[in-house]
Design a protein around this ligand. Structure first.
Ligand SMILES: O=C(O)CCc1cccc(O)c1
Length: 576
């Protein structure tokens, strides 16, 4: 048994520094919550993996302070086409809405995004990243100095350390040790297919669709997409009995030839060739006490709607503000119950949508091809039909006190229009700030008139009030006004993660106070929104201590511990 290095305490330990873990850590650190982020690898894993995020995820990234940096490494995509084997369009989903204030579909290379997120993390004093360590145990002893304990080992030296913490975020991927430690099983949603994935660089641009194409064919379903200029990805379903290693490079070239046009295959470079088992599964539980599961530790989705990485970033956005309120004494643990209650049903539905698209692509037989084509064609004749169908099936958050389905808007993200202000057009989020917000179309006074204590109550939570229609505060595309009309409401309560928590007409503002109370939020106890949460008394300078330790561990790493050949198995579904 190795020596235990030191006992320290830190408000939050994040296990895993992929996009989910680092997003959660940034969300916490920006709110002044100190956190320690642990990962096996000191550097970002360099191979391509996720390639798409949507507008809601972009908005979250903007809230994490990286909008410009993300814009620089990504490109908007025009949409997704379902095509037949001759690449004839069966149905098309255009992605040209900007209701969240950002492009609806965005393509990128995962290592670029991870570098942007790590760089942002390093700017925040409240967060410390420790790479080259392996978490060996997460537990919650009843009699410890804090709710949870994390034991981890420096991979190079074998030295073990332990840290006590108020919360552990298990963002440690499909093979999550955190999940295994909790004894949580995955609910299998009934999808398992093996796919070959090939990432290619081409010096010459291909004359092909620059969104995502899904080839619907029971015999050989495929996906094609331009990732970033000069970078392309193909995915091919493997047939039963077909082994990916037996597929030669020449056969790969034959499969991608329909997209090459005049481009000479000899000029292409294969950046990565791997294979995955695509699965759909959701963890049975996402929280045990103060240990939470996020990202691939909590859910696995086939990639057919490009929501895998985004689902983890959504988890991080959902949990970080709640944890910050609890750890600064402004809410009790009931608020933490809402994480799984909201996110699990949402994600389960999302995985089912991905499975449905996958089944449409790969299902059927020689006799039903015509049927599929006819059904998809019929759907695409109706203008906007695909988008309407998506709006219809796309989930809202699972029901809880801050997502109780009183109107369509509740449990869904508030749109982000440009607002006409005295200083010119400004995105809504800049007016909303980073805490709770109330958007009302009353010209002021309605909160005071109907519940004198209410404004004070929200002020204590650091709530911003935006009065629509007052000179200088107009939603330029009318989307907020439309949402209020649709909800039959005068005001919307917006959560820090931009989700509509409640809508109200003039008579039921008082209900908001009850909603907040039932979510465990304690009004009046609030300090400033960015109150810091650390443990200066019990551990005078834990952060400096960890930084010291980081330096020492980094030094020992540089004495020869190398990266193993296959480091990419973070999604658990992939094989090389
Ligand atoms: O929904 C979209 O517009 C893109 C969906 C997508 C993205 C990436 C991979 C994939 O198979 C689908």
């Amino acid at each position: 048994m190795s020596a235990v290095n030191a006992i320290r305490r830190v408000p939050v330990v994040v296990v895993g520094a992929g996009p989910t873990g680092v997003s959660a850590a940034i969300g916490l650190a920006q709110r002044g919550i100190e956190c320690l982020v642990l990962d096996r690898w000191p550097e970002v894993y360099p191979q391509p993996r996720a390639v798409h995020f949507d507008d809601e995820v972009f908005r979250t990234l903007a809230d994490l302070g990286v909008a410009d940096r993300v814009r620089a490494i990504s490109r908007p995509a025009p949409g997704m086409q379902l095509v037949d084997t001759r690449l004839r369009i069966l149905a098309e989903f255009t992605r040209d809405r900007r209701s969240m204030g950002h492009p609806q579909a965005n393509m990128f290379d995962q290592p670029d995004l991870e570098r942007v997120l790590r760089e942002r993390l390093a700017e925040l004093d409240a967060a410390v990243f420790l790479g080259g360590v392996e978490v060996v145990e997460v537990d919650q002893p009843a009699d410890g100095p804090a709710p949870a304990r994390v034991r981890f080992r420096d991979i190079a030296s074998g030295i073990e350390s332990e840290v006590w913490t108020d919360a552990v975020l298990g963002c440690d991927g499909a093979n999550s040790l955190t999940r295994a430690g909790l004894g949580v099983e995955m609910e299998d949603l009934g999808f398992e297919q093996r796919w070959l994935v090939v990432d290619v660089r081409s010096p010459e641009p291909l004359d092909a669709y620059d969104g995502v194409q899904q080839v619907c064919d029971h015999a050989r379903a495929a996906t094609f997409m331009m990732v970033t200029p000069g970078r392309y990805r193909w995915e091919f379903r493997l047939r039963p009995g077909e082994h990916p290693d037996e597929i030669t490079d020449e056969q790969v070239v034959e499969r991608i030839r329909p997209w090459l046009g005049d481009v000479d295959a000899a000029g292409l470079t294969v950046v990565r060739r791997t294979w995955y088992t695509f699965r759909g599964a959701v963890a049975e539980r996402w929280r045990e006490g103060r240990v939470f599961l996020l990202g691939d530790a909590a859910h696995l989705t086939p990639p057919f709607i490009g929501q895998g990485m985004g689902a983890g970033i959504r988890d991080a956005a959902n949990l970080s503000w709640k944890l910050a309120l609890v750890l600064t004494g402004r809410a009790d643990d009931r608020l933490l119950d809402t994480y799984e209650a909201e996110r699990r049903p949402y994600t389960r539905r999302l995985v089912r949508i991905a499975i449905l698209i996958g089944s449409m692509m790969t299902g059927g037989n020689a006799f039903t091809i015509g049927l599929r084509r006819a059904a998809m064609r019929a759907a695409s004749i109706l203008p906007g039909a695909e988008q309407r169908a998506v709006d219809l099936v796309w989930p809202a958050l699972g029901t809880g006190p801050l997502s109780a389905r009183a109107s369509w808007a509740v449990g869904r993200p508030c749109p982000q229009p440009l607002m006409a202000t005295a200083d010119g057009p400004v995105p809504l989020d800049r007016l909303l700030g980073n805490g709770f917000a109330v958007v009302t179309r009353d010209r002021g006074g309605v909160l005071d008139a109907y519940e004198p204590g209410l404004r004070q109550h929200f002020a204590a939570l650091g709530t911003t009030v935006v009065h629509l229609g007052t000179p200088g505060t107009v939603d330029l595309d009318g989307s907020l006004t439309h949402l209020l009309d649709r909800a039959g409401a005068d005001a919307l309560l917006i959560r820090p993660d931009r989700v509509v928590a409640a809508s109200a007409d003039r008579t039921d503002f008082r209900a908001w106070r009850r909603l907040l109370a039932s979510a465990g939020i304690r009004p009046g106890t609030a300090g400033p929104h960015h109150q810091r949460c650390g443990y200066q008394e019990s551990s005078p300078d834990w952060s400096a201590a960890m930084h010291d330790q980081t330096g020492r561990l980094a030094a020992s790493r540089s004495t020869g511990a190398g990266r193993e050949a296959d480091t990419a198995n973070q999604g658990g579904n992939h094989h090389e």
